[in-house]
Design a protein around this ligand. Structure first.
Ligand code: ZN
Ligand code: ZN
Length: 266
């Protein structure tokens, strides 16, 4: 019934508890989760989760925050994308939150890495999983420049999702106009997230995905604990409250949205 569109089950604190998590997912009616890759070094483990478990799927990509790891080439990403049960490219994007004393101009390596991922998405037709933090202008500008998106330059239309969305309604509008989906995490349930709940009110239900981003960001009432995909119904419940819908309707619509975007994951 529920789909967790973004989790990190390959991270040790979750891998250690995998049988219990799969059991908890079943009990919570979370019948699908997308395992997100953050380094090429980690990709075999992410892929193995999807290969070995019918309800798990995988992406290939290198997170913008990861430095001192293998830099992905277009061929690396294409090779990963060719594997069974790999259904998306990412997570990728830009993160200017922790510059560690550097200027934005010095982050060109991050922008170049992002462009390589966009090219892989265009070549494979797979959707992009976008991470953006303190960098929404450049994220949108690069997506437009690299083209291929609705409203962008010519080329085959690819799509994607802005994951763990914490930006403004204006950024949401721009992402929607480019053909992207918006994914909300447990942050939506936090007491101090009233502004984000207003953004969720604005985004049409047929463009929303839900996620845990586990092991981080456990939703209320589990805030502060290690998160896992079985908690994603709490995000759906919050959206149901915001939109005046039944939680079953939110579960069904967000799962259908997921299948439309990640159309290999069915
Ligand atoms: Zn992220
Ligand atoms: Zn993530």
């Amino acid at each position: 019934m529920f789909t967790d569109s973004h989790c990190h089950l390959s991270f040790p604190e979750l891998t250690e508890q995998l049988p219990a998590i799969l059991q908890a997912m079943q009990e919570a009616q979370v019948d699908r989760a997308l395992c997100i890759c953050t380094t090429l070094e980690e990709f075999d483990a992410v892929h193995a989760l999807a290969r070995d478990h019918h309800q798990l799927w995988a992406t290939v990509g290198v997170h913008p925050d990861n430095e001192g790891v293998q830099e992905p080439t277009l061929d690396d990403l294409l090779a990963g994308a060719a594997r069974k049960k790999v259904v998306g490219i990412g997570e990728t994007g830009l993160d200017y939150y922790r510059l560690n004393g550097r200027s934005v101009a010095e982050m060109e390596w991050q922008r170049e890495r992002f462009r390589v991922h966009i090219r892989a998405a265009r070549q494979t037709g797979l959707p992009l999983v976008i991470h953006t933090r303190s960098a929404s202008d450049d994220t949108l500008a690069i997506l437009r420049e690299e083209g291929g998106f609705a409203g962008g330059a010519s080329g085959p239309v690819s799509q994607g999702v802005f994951h763990c969305f914490t930006e403004t309604a204006e950024v949401a509008r721009a992402a929607l106009d480019l053909g992207f989906y918006i994914s909300f995490s447990g942050i939506l349930t936090f007491r101090n997230a009233a502004d984000l709940r207003e953004v969720a009110r604005f985004v049409p239900i047929d463009r929303i995905l839900i996620e845990t981003d586990s092991p981080y960001l456990a939703p209320v009432p589990h805030r502060g604990k290690t998160n896992n995909p079985s908690y994603v119904p709490h995000v759906a419940r919050q959206i149901a409250e915001i939109k005046g819908l039944e939680v079953e309707a939110v579960a069904e619509t967000t799962s259908r949205n997921f299948e439309q975007l990640f159309d290999r994951a069915v």
